[in-house]
Structures are given as structure tokens and as C-alpha cells.
Design a protein around this ligand. Structure first.
Ligand SMILES: C[S@@+](CC[C@H](N)C(=O)[O-])C[C@H]1O[C@@H](n2cnc3c(N)ncnc32)[C@H](O)[C@@H]1O
Length: 238
């Protein structure tokens, strides 16, 4: 499987650091941590944990965390947190019993996962009834336009972010900061349908704006927000 992670692993670690990249630090972490703080989660699965930053944050919040990932990033997670629980695995076929975790996290991984429908079914399966699936993902309009990015009009004045083929599902190569990985575009409706078909109930939805960071980056982000955050609950009777 060449999805770019073999050669992009070190550039990814360099870009993410301990505080996260710009989007994580200024946009996503505040929302995601807000969904976790003060609740009584005990055992979490971080699907596509990468080099383990969010597992380390879960541990710090007092939640036992297991991270799974299919790429060499997992070895980096183990090195950074030798006492942590990091296992090789793919979201499409999770190697855990039904109803194991009260929190499952997918922190910008659905765009990476080729068979996202199986992955969502699996995340729902391993959740305990009453448990929460917390998801951060790229918005559909950014994944539809990310390969090309911002462009200028012919007169060179107006910047805009073209969106095309929105209702299709397709892979694309995404490049930034020395990282080059394969991601997937799907419309928001495709993801929503998969969560609903997995029997989950939506309890939180946000297209978060930055709360900090350089004003010019904040302004650009507000013009075309990159992220959606959702929390889905597995009904208690399931
Ligand atoms: C954009 S990175 C996010 C990493 C981490 N969650 C974070 O926020 O720092 C996407 C992650 O998804 C992982 N991934 C790719 N395909 C996957 C699959 N089929 N199942 C689970 N994880 C996968 C990649 O290895 C990578 O670690």
C-alpha cells in the first residue's frame, strides 16, 4: 500500500511537533479537548493515532488510551511513549471485541482511510452502548479543492478556492511542508449516511473557527474552513 506515509513520516513528525500543526493548535484541539474534559471516559481507542500525540493527550487527561495505525508512524509513537499501548491495525477491521471502549477518536483519519464505510461500522462496533465516537475530519469542500488549492483570477487580483466534483468520491495526492500523502474526497452526505447506517446518533457538530494564531492565517482559514468536528453516540440500547 503506497499512500505516501512511508516517505512522509519524518516530515509529518517535524510538522506536528508536540503542540500540533497550525490547525490542531489553533482550531481543533480546543474543540476536541472541550468534548473530553470533565466527562468520565475511562478507555479510549485512537484510530489512526499516527505518532501518538493525541494518545499522549488522552493519557494526560486520565483516560487509558490505545492507539492503532497501519504505518511506520506507529513505531515513532512507541518511541515517544514507551509505556503506551500502540498496536498495528487498520480501521476497516479492528482487532477488538464488540463494546470495548467508551470513547473512540478519529482525529483527521477518515480522509486517509480507503474504505471509510467499513471503518465507521467498526468504530461503532467496538464502542460500548452510551459511548462516544469523536471525529475531526476535513470539510468536503476543502477535500474537493485541496489538490489545486487557492488560485488567482486571470487578472491576478481575486483569490478563490475552486470546488469541483463535490458529489463524487475520489482519491487525491495532498502535498504540504514536505509531506505527500494520499487522501480521499467524499461529500459530507456520504459520511453522514455511513454514521447513521452504523446506528449512531449525532450529539455535536461544529465547523470550528480559529481561536488564536496569526491574524492573516485566521482570516484565510475563516474564508475556507478546513475542519468539521462531530460527536456520535452509540445508543444505550444498541
Ligand atoms: C492525518 S494523519 C492523523 C494522525 C493523528 N490522528 C493525528 O491527528 O496526529 C492520518 C493517520 O491515518 C492513518 N491511516 C491511514 N490509513 C489508515 C487506515 N486504513 N486505518 C487506520 N488509520 C489509517 C495514517 O497512518 C495517519 O497516521
Amino acid at each position: 500500500m503506497d499512500n505516501g506515509w512511508e516517505i512522509s513520516a519524518q516530515a509529518w513528525v517535524d510538522s506536528i511537533g508536540e503542540r500540533g500543526d497550525w490547525g490542531r493548535e489553533h482550531v481543533l484541539d480546543p474543540v476536541i479537548l472541550g468534548r473530553i474534559t470533565g466527562r468520565s471516559f475511562k478507555r479510549a481507542l485512537d484510530v489512526g493515532c499516527g505518532e501518538g500525540r493525541f494518545c499522549r493527550m488522552l493519557k494526560e487527561a486520565g483516560i487509558a488510551a490505545t492507539g492503532i495505525d497501519p504505518t511506520p508512524l506507529l513505531e515513532l509513537a512507541r518511541r515517544r511513549d514507551p509505556s503506551g499501548d500502540y498496536r498495528p491495525g487498520r480501521a476497516e477491521q479492528l482487532d477488538f471485541e464488540d463494546r470495548t471502549f467508551d470513547l473512540v477518536v478519529s482525529y483527521i483519519t477518515l480522509v486517509d482511510i480507503p474504505d471509510f464505510r467499513s471503518a465507521i461500522r467498526e468504530m461503532a462496533r467496538v464502542l460500548k452502548p452510551g459511548g462516544a465516537l469523536l471525529v475531526a475530519n476535513l470539510t468536503g469542500f476543502t477535500s474537493a479543492g485541496a489538490e489545486q488549492g487557492w488560485v488567482k483570477d486571470a487578472d491576478g487580483k481575486r483569490l478563490h478556492f475552486p470546488v469541483d466534483r463535490y458529489l463524487e468520491e475520489f482519491p487525491f495526492w495532498f502535498e504540504w511542508s514536505g509531506i505527500r500523502i494520499e487522501n480521499w474526497h467524499r461529500p459530507l452526505s456520504a459520511y453522514m449516511a455511513a454514521f447513521l447506517e452504523a446506528g449512531l446518533t449525532l450529539t455535536f457538530f461544529a465547523e470550528p473557527a480559529p481561536i488564536s494564531g496569526e491574524p492573516s492565517s485566521q482570516e484565510t482559514f475563516r474564508r475556507v474552513p478546513w475542519f468539521v468536528v462531530m460527536e456520535w453516540e452509540k445508543p444505550a440500547a444498541a
